[in-house]
Design a protein around this ligand. Structure first.
Ligand code: URA
Length: 218
């Protein structure tokens, strides 16, 4: 049972998680990129994998450069490719509502994807593409130093946590990515197809919010 004055109700129920990578302070992953804008410029001229050639726009990520809460999805889709912004289609509108449910606006958070260019036909990213793109995500996390990462969907969760465990086994645990707490939940696009996942998603984001409140306001 939670003690009446426990500021973190629910966190006690989180199972032990996976931990990937050394703590941020020791990383120095890509010191040439001093800001999120530097990363956006590097992504805009990136040719490290073939995806840039078929994409209309790079989608490096968007949001508050001082965000303590970071959402990580899979890869841009058609709408994102068109606008150069992450999560702006139907799934993105649902993500906005999910964030609002925990009193966060898109201006409060930073939203990005594992891949920064759209895979053709929305196919799954290939391992080579993920490897080529990963320095951008690592450096974004390193610069932002968020208090919480919300991993959206199987692909983001498995990539960040370097595991093949299914999402059902990754949810409800407190993982770490370079020392940063990670909560895993369903991808908003999957929620649109499976409304029965709304309740578990609600529980996941409540935990992310509780964790965020605890670490931001100790
Ligand atoms: N799905 C994702 O994973 N990312 C986006 O930016 C849009 C849809």
């Amino acid at each position: 049972m939670t003690a009446p004055n426990d500021p973190s109700p629910g966190l006690a129920s989180l199972g032990p998680g996976l931990s990937v990578g050394p703590p941020l302070g020791t990383l120095e992953s890509a010191p040439a990129w001093h800001s999120l804008d530097d990363i956006a410029r590097a992504v805009a001229s990136c040719t490290l994998c073939p995806l840039y050639a078929g994409a209309k726009n790079p989608v490096p990520g968007h949001g508050n450069p001082n965000a303590d809460f970071v959402c990580v999805g899979e890869a841009p889709g058609a709408n994102e490719d068109e606008q150069g912004l992450p999560f702006v289609g139907q799934a993105g509108q649902l993500l906005t509502k999910i964030l609002a449910a925990i009193n966060l606006s898109r201006d409060d958070v930073f939203i990005c994807n594992v891949l920064k260019h759209r895979p053709p036909g929305n196919r799954n990213p290939s391992p080579d593409e993920v490897t080529a793109c990963s320095p951008y995500l690592v450096r974004q996390i390193e610069l932002l130093r968020p208090k919480v990462i919300l991993a959206l969907g199987t692909f983001a969760a498995q990539t960040l946590l370097q595991t093949k465990e299914p999402i059902g086994k990754l949810r409800g645990r407190l993982h770490r990515y370079h020392g940063v707490p990670v909560i895993v939940t369903y991808h908003p696009a999957a929620l649109l197809r499976n409304p029965s996942w709304k309740r578990p998603t609600w529980e996941d984001v409540q935990l992310a919010r509780t964790l965020f409140d605890r670490v931001v306001e100790p």
